[in-house]
Design a protein around this ligand. Structure first.
Ligand code: HSE
Length: 404
């Protein structure tokens, strides 16, 4: 028998209990052991819940119980999850988590503690919810030199952008509707400003490079400045607008960023709509591979946590190798990166835009009298920014194009 404790009986935590119970036979068979939930830690009581007898309020009951060997941390946030996780690993108990904030902030330290105590810190659910992406990077693509990872890693923003594209609606109205339907949080900042995607690409970049990519150093831009007008031009050019989280291995270092981008139908992420997430991974031998599915939600996320529980059960007393050390990766200044830009400007500023961006291609959209739109030639981002800023209030917005 392997005893499991769940920290946090919220959406994901209750999902973990449900997955382990509903798929008991399969999970036990694949673990080659009987898994039993012994404790559920939460501040609240759950009268009438089938597992109410397992609820405890003191984490030390779990930490001090030698029978518990696997802990699912589904609390979220850095505090107190960090203290609980560290204490558990120091006692040789494996921890499986969905907590991207904690993994992005303290991942390498917690992995090292796990190595030193012959247990595991696994985090499949921290990126892409139910989509297997951590395990493929760690176990499957081991013959590859990973060159780039590009993903749609946030379902809320992808849902909003898809709605804006389909309905021609503006950002604010679409966000409001998404909040009313429960697709966006009441406080949506972490999603719409790209912070959630930033933490996720920090984790994937760290696994790609084997070094630590700190999320604080990743350039991050959200979707709140994307307008319905931008979509009119994108559509006329046969493109879509997606919030991309990107990481690329370059000769100068790692280029990591989160930003809305206009992408063409040739990009496999073009067809990823609504709440779905997808991650494209480029290896030097395999080329591109793509991982697609539900990036959030109770059961998809819980399924990924339980897949880690099964892995821990299969590797009791052994640490599964994970290449993510504490040395900081060198990040490239995005100002030096070359790409083209979509620029929207006031209609009477067309000549100024053409003078500032020689060779810019005008996007023809019938009936547009207030503004005009262009694709610039590829140029260094810092050169673009200087020219764009010099145009002052003649320009109305800009969106990055895919990298050359
Ligand atoms: N808020 C996240 C999203 C879900 O919208 O994708 C979990 O990471």
């Amino acid at each position: 028998m392997i005893y499991v404790a769940v920290l946090g009986y919220g959406t994901v935590g209750s999902g973990v209990v449900e997955v382990i119970e509903k798929n008991k036979d399969m999970v036990n068979k694949k673990s080659a052991a009987q898994l039993e939930i012994k404790y559920i830690l939460d501040l609240r009581d759950f009268p009438g819940d089938p597992y109410e007898q397992k609820v405890v309020h003191d984490v030390n009951i779990i930490l001090e119980d030698p029978e518990v060997s696997i802990i699912c941390e589904t609390m979220g946030g850095v505090k107190p999850a960090y203290d609980f996780t560290k204490a558990a690993l120091l006692k040789g108990k494996s921890v499986c988590t969905s907590n991207k904030e904690l993994v992005a902030t303290h991942g390498p330290e917690l992995l090292q503690i796990a190595r030193e105590h012959s247990c595991n810190y696994l985090f499949e659910a921290s990126v892409g919810g139910g989509i297997p992406i951590i395990r493929p990077l760690n176990y499957s693509l081991t013959a590859e030199k990973l060159e780039a990872i590009t993903g749609i890693l946030n379902g809320t923003t992808n849902y909003i952008l898809t709605k804006m594209e389909k309905e021609g609606a503006d950002f604010a109205a679409t966000l409001k509707k998404a909040q009313e339907k429960g697709y966006a949080e009441r406080n949506p900042e972490a999603d719409i400003e790209g912070y959630d995607a930033c933490r996720k690409i920090a984790i994937l970049s760290s696994l790609m490079t084997g070094r630590n990519v700190s999320y604080e150093n990743i350039y991050t831009e959200g979707i709140s400045r994307v307008t319905a007008d931008d979509f009119v031009y994108a559509k006329a050019a046969g493109k879509s607008i997606k919030l991309l989280a990107m990481s690329k291995d370059t000769t100068e270092g790692t280029l990591a960023m989160v930003s809305p981008c206009m992408i063409s139908p040739e990009n496999p992420l073009y067809m990823v709509s609504g709440v779905f997430n997808a991650v494209c991974v480029r290896g030097n031998m395999l080329g591109d591979s793509m991982y697609y599915g539900r990036g959030a939600g109770k059961l998809p996320t819980a399924s990924a946590v339980v897949s880690d529980v099964v892995d821990c059960a299969r590797h009791q007393g052994k640490t599964i190798m994970c290449f993510w050390n504490r040395e900081e990766a060198k990040l490239v200044d995005i100002g030096d990166v070359e790409r083209g830009f979509f620029v929207r400007a006031k209609a009477d500023a067309a000549a100024d835009v053409e003078a500032a961006f020689p060779g810019a291609e005008r996007i023809q959209v019938e009936g547009r009298i207030q503004d005009c739109g262009y694709f610039t030639q590829p140029m260094k981002e810092k050169e673009f920014s200087a020219k764009y800023e010099a145009l002052g209030d003649k320009v109305l917005g800009r969106i990055r194009l895919e990298m050359v």
